[in-house]
Design a binder for this molecule. Structure first.
Ligand SMILES: [Zn+2]
Ligand SMILES: [Zn+2]
Length: 279
């Protein structure tokens, strides 16, 4: 098995260690590659992304680690870029300005129907329940639709290499507001998959929800992976590590799930391009 982590967060955003600590741990674990993907800066005040004035240092630090450890590990420079329509910069521009190897596109903040109000769907449950009541008057279907429409728009307009935790909206649902088996929800998943089919984007199986115990399943789970397989959507595995000890948590389990969904290979990033690698 080829082990890698293209989705990792350091001290530059909400990660819990320096980039070099991840590199050293990755070498110990005999991993092939580590890609750094701090939360990109954007003009909405949140506690978990990188500040604009740190971006240059981040780029320089990762680039110098690339050189320092070039004999031992493939190191990549990336960002997990939020997409908020009309607010965030075009992904291409960020990629060019920073010289990124690849881009992960994610939606953490839903642009709500209330002007300049964003629903933070990650983190504590209270953000979700408060947003659902205050911005959506409890209309969960509208909120979930707004989330997937924003993801779809990101896929079509920003063309990220990797789509971050595509169904993260389920995290704080905890079985309270809807069942993922309901037809309207399944239709939204299928709609997104139909769009991804038209692009080169890769869907990641994000394992973080399982090891932080915030989700009983991967983002996305086996049901979604099976539909992706039917449509030949390329997949990769992300642990979304925020600490070096998380670099490979549930990686093997995600690979097994993909195999059971019918995949016999996943996408890896190798010498400047994405290619299929057997699992
Ligand atoms: Zn994320
Ligand atoms: Zn992340």
């Amino acid at each position: 098995m080829t082990y890698f982590s293209y989705h990792t967060h350091t001290h530059y955003c909400d990660g819990k260690a320096e980039a070099e600590a991840f590199v050293k741990r990755a070498i110990e674990l005999q991993m092939k590659a580590v890609g750094f993907s701090s939360h990109a800066p954007f003009p909405v005040e949140v506690s978990w992304n990188m500040h604009e004035n740190q971006l240059k240092n981040y780029v320089n630090e990762i680039n110098s680690l690339k050189k320092k450890f070039s004999e031992k590990l493939d190191i990549y420079l990336s960002l997990e870029i939020d997409y908020i329509p009309g607010v965030t910069k075009p992904f291409d521009q960020i990629k060019k300005e920073c010289g990124l190897d690849y881009m992960i596109g994610s939606v953490h903040l839903i642009k709500s129907p209330v002007k300049n109000k964003y629903l933070f769907l990650d983190g504590p449950d209270t953000n979700y329940t408060h947003g659902l009541e205050c911005f959506y008057h409890g209309d969960i279907k509208k909120m979930v639709r707004d989330y997937f429409y924003q993801v779809n728009e990101m896929i079509l307009e920003q063309k990220p290499d990797v789509i971050g935790h595509i169904d993260k909206i389920k995290m704080n649902n905890k079985g309270r507001y809807f069942s993922e088996n309901e037809k309207w929800y399944q239709n939204l998943l299928e709609e997104s998959i139909d769009l991804i089919k038209e692009t080169d984007s890769i869907v990641e199986i994000n394992t973080r929800g399982l090891y932080t115990k915030k989700s009983p399943a991967f983002y996305p789970d086996m049901n979604f992976a099976k539909i992706c397989q039917k449509h030949k959507i390329p997949m990769t595995i992300s642990t979304d590590a925020h600490h070096p000890d998380e670099l490979l948590l549930y990686f093997d389990e995600a690979a097994i799930m993909l195999k059971e969904s019918g995949y016999d290979s996943i996408r890896i990033y190798d010498k400047g391009r994405w290619r299929e690698e057997a699992i």
